[in-house]
Design a protein around this ligand. Structure first.
Ligand SMILES: [Zn+2]
Length: 127
């Protein structure tokens, strides 16, 4: 699917790293720990659930965006202590609250490019 995630029957599993030196996780994977600089952190699969930390709802499509509006963009805090930027499911916008449990799901977005019409990415949906 990509270097960022694995599709587990519709659940988005983010592919991160864990450092054998400082013990801290990171996302996305890299060849060097972004916290201490140690090379070759261990590949790990991050939690598929977290809590909503902050978000904004976008009601007007930016140039080049072919997906549906409104859509949410926000920050999800994972149990590992990482905060990841994510699309946010805003089907029930009134239900979005800070600290709300969310799960990461795979979504498909139109790109507007006939040669590569679909982008598969993840979104945080309320649990
Ligand atoms: Zn480290």
């Amino acid at each position: 699917m990509s270097d960022l995630l694995r599709d587990d029957a519709g659940t988005a599993v983010l592919l991160g790293s864990s450092c054998g030196g400082c013990g801290r996780p990171s996302f996305p994977r890299s060849d060097v720990c972004c916290w201490c600089g140690r090379p070759d952190p261990d590949p790990v699969e991050l939690s598929t659930t977290g809590t909503l930390w902050g978000w904004a709802v976008v009601h007007s499509a930016p140039p080049g965006y072919a997906g549906p509006v409104p859509y949410g963009m926000g920050v999800v805090e994972l149990p590992e202590g990482l905060r990841v930027v994510s699309r946010i499911d805003v089907a029930d916008e009134a239900a979005l609250t800070q600290g709300r449990p969310v799960r990461l799901v795979v979504v498909e977005l139109p790109t507007g490019d006939p040669e590569d019409p679909v982008l598969r990415t993840w979104e945080a949906a309320p649990c």
